[in-house]
Ligand binder design. Sequence first.
Ligand SMILES: [Zn+2]
Length: 66
Amino acid sequence: MIMDGAIARYDWNQEPHDHLKCKECDDMIDVHLLEDDFQETVLKKYQFSVDDVEMTILGTCHKHIK
Ligand SMILES: [Zn+2]
């Protein structure tokens, strides 16, 4: 893994790294949403070997939801 300041690349052995990104305050919340067998599912279903996953879900965080 290469650590370059705030930018970190994760290989698959790390936890899949998903984000919730708030459009109101730009907060980035780390979450783990994908199933652990996600890589295997993609390989079986689409014949596609996954190296890395970066998922960002855009929305509004709890601070702005009334
Ligand atoms: Zn927010």
